[in-house]
Write a protein that binds this ligand. Structure first.
Ligand code: UT7
Length: 328
């Protein structure tokens, strides 16, 4: 089986900064509540008219440039998103069109927050047997227009963004390698985070809009418990599989939903806070984008270096969760 390496990274966060103080003007909340309960200070949101493929295309172009690949060399494009530009076609096809990646096969993986990890797993499978040699995997989400700005328990939590990696076959020891993957789902708990309207069960209608069924609904407290359990379990599983202990991990990039979840998970895994990459304070929860954006920023700032051992994990609607261990 061929080894897969990350050859380039890229990300794109919208320019519009929305600080916690904005929510103080529209709902009964405070900067103090949001900061202490979530760690979020501000988030980025798109301007009206922008969409998922705008961010995904820019993130992908940066990743391709770092990898030194041209778009027409790509065999595969997988976008982890549940907020494509349109219900159909996929965001993958939009990104293919905009990059000019003529020979790639392109599609989306709808796995909510772990969409990037699911996308990596799918690309890895296609590449391991040599079917494809160059792949683009994006994690991105536009959550800002799926939020009910009257629901204080959800609207303060999320933001928009996209991150990308370009994968190729590993050239050897100094080229990094994806070591282990775990992806899991539990559809019995679908109701804990969902968007009821706009799909085939409750299609778009005046009534649907009047009832606000197009917005994210989440049972935050319940989700919190499952998040800690699954994030720890998934990470432990792949570390044990590889015989790797927590002190060997150079960097841990957990899903950036809530600093309290991130702290508990890192503590349970025995990873010290100085090894945890944190972006939740400036971007909020950007769903599938949290990990690839944090990863790209850490690579570009020089924190993450070639050869580092990195653990990432994520959790979200489905329920879905997963973890990946790789040497950069
Ligand atoms: O990425 C997908 C995965 N999602 C997650 O991982 C999210 C997991 N859950 C969480 O991060 C947390 O549960 C939340 C941040 C969503 C909520 O924090 P919490 O500490 O679990 O708060 P809570 O839901 O238990 O609510 C505590 C109180 C309630 O008031 P009462 O009933 O105690 O009077 C809420 O009404 O805080 C209230 N509250 C707020 N107060 C001010 C909820 N939202 C707000 C708010 N501002 N924005």
């Amino acid at each position: 089986m061929k080894k897969i390496a990350i050859k380039g990274t890229g990300s794109c966060s919208p320019e519009r900064v929305v600080p916690n103080s904005y929510f103080e003007t529209i709902i009964d909340t405070s900067d103090e509540w949001i900061t202490t309960r979530t760690g979020i200070k501000e988030r980025r949101m798109i301007e009206k008219g922008q969409a998922m493929s705008d961010l995904a295309t820019l993130a992908s172009a940066s990743a391709l440039q770092m990898a030194g690949f041209s778009a027409d060399e790509l065999d595969l494009i997988v976008i982890g998103t549940s907020t494509a530009d349109m219900l159909s076609p996929s965001c993958g096809c939009m990104v293919q069109h905009r990059l000019g990646a003529k020979k790639a096969v392109a599609f989306d993986v709808n796995a909510a927050c772990p969409g990037f990890i699911y996308g990596l797993a799918v690309a890895q499978k296609f590449m391991q047997d040599g079917s494809y040699s160059k792949a683009l995997v994006v994690g991105g989400e536009i959550v800002s227009n799926r939020l009910d700005y009257k629901d204080r328990s959800t609207c303060v939590l999320f933001g928009d963004g996209a991150g990308a990696v370009v994968l190729g076959h590993s050239n050897g020891n100094d080229d990094g390698e994806i070591l282990a993957m775990d992806i899991e789902s539990d559809g019995d708990l679908w109701h804990l985070i969902h968007v009821p309207g706009g799909g085939s069960r409750i299609p778009a209608s005046h009534e649907m809009i009047e009832k606000g069924l197009q917005y994210v609904r989440m049972q935050g407290n319940e989700v919190f418990k499952h998040a800690v359990r699954t994030l720890v379990g998934s990470a432990r599983k792949i570390m044990a599989e590889q015989g790797i202990t927590s002190d060997e991990i150079d960097w841990f990039i957990p899903h950036q939903a809530n600093i309290r979840i991130m702290d508990v998970v890192a503590e349970k895994l025995g990873i010290p806070t100085e090894k945890v990459i944190v972006t939740v304070h400036k971007y909020g929860n950007t769903s599938a984008a949290t990990i690839p954006v944090a990863f790209d920023e850490a690579v570009r700032s020089g924190r993450i270096r070639k050869g580092d051992l990195i653990l990432v994990n994520s959790f979200g609607a489905g329920l879905t969760w997963g973890a990946t261990l790789f040497r950069y």
